[in-house]
Design a protein around this ligand. Structure first.
Ligand code: ADE
Length: 224
């Protein structure tokens, strides 16, 4: 998979992709993440990329030309399955959406800033609009990072334990059960006996039961 992220603050994203699982996923060749600076596609020598909104009102709007030039430069090199615009008025991100996106080949993610992008960018180039939740961030970069992370960890081979992505919270509409590691007794607070029993089937039953209890008490909406 290849993910191209278009941003006017590319430095915000650099360190995010340079560590841990996302770094290993790139080094292992499971994903290629390329970050593009919209200013590199500005149409004037001042590298301007935004302007006042027609009709007035506070806040700057990202202009259509630099973004169009950037997207066209990318699509002239390869074809893309989706051009995703991260925006609070997009479709809310859910695990099911992430699962579907993880099956694609090439994705562009466009990060908005200020008052957002000129509507013509959305009309002409964007194929999917995604929100990561009902709150407003100061830019789409964190949202693109969240979406990329959720996708990349699902790519086959990225996680060491092939099954661990399947047992995540939300994969079967259930929250994940509690987990424990050593010591078995911390200041009298003991790990549930069943987990030390070595009885695999009974441990699985216990985990499922705990998942159900947790989901019922914290997210009953998931069980409907
Ligand atoms: N940009 C600003 N806020 C956002 C959100 N909640 N989701 C996606 N992109 C955003």
């Amino acid at each position: 998979m290849r993910i191209d992220i278009i941003s006017c603050v590319p430095n915000l994203l650099d360190s995010f992709f340079a560590h841990s699982i996302l770094k290993r996923a790139q080094q292992g060749g499971f994903v290629e993440v390329v970050i593009h600076d919209i200013r590199d596609y500005a149409v004037n020598k001042h590298r301007t990329i935004d302007d006042y909104a027609f009709g007035g009102g506070a806040g700057m709007v990202l202009q259509v030309e630099p973004i169009a030039r950037c997207i066209r430069a990318l699509t002239s090199e390869r074809s893309y399955d989706e051009v995703i615009y991260l925006t609070p008025d997009g479709e809310q991100m859910q695990q099911k959406m992430v699962n579907q996106l993880s099956l694609l080949g090439n994705i562009i993610m466009l990060c908005g800033h200020y008052k957002g992008v000129d509507q013509r960018v959305r009309d002409m180039f964007v194929t999917k609009e995604v929100s990561i939740g009902d709150y407003v961030l100061s830019g789409g970069e964190l949202a693109a990072a969240v979406l990329s992370d959720a996708i990349i960890r699902l790519l086959p081979g990225v996680l060491n334990d092939e099954t661990s992505a399947l047992t995540d919270s939300f994969q079967d509409n259930l929250l994940a059960p509690p987990v424990y590691t050593r010591p078995a007794d911390f200041e009298g607070n003991k790990v549930p006996e069943i987990l030390l029993s070595g009885h695999e089937a009974k441990i699985e039953d216990w985990r499922h039961e705990q998942s159900l209890l947790r989901t019922k008490s914290r997210r009953p909406d998931l069980l409907q």
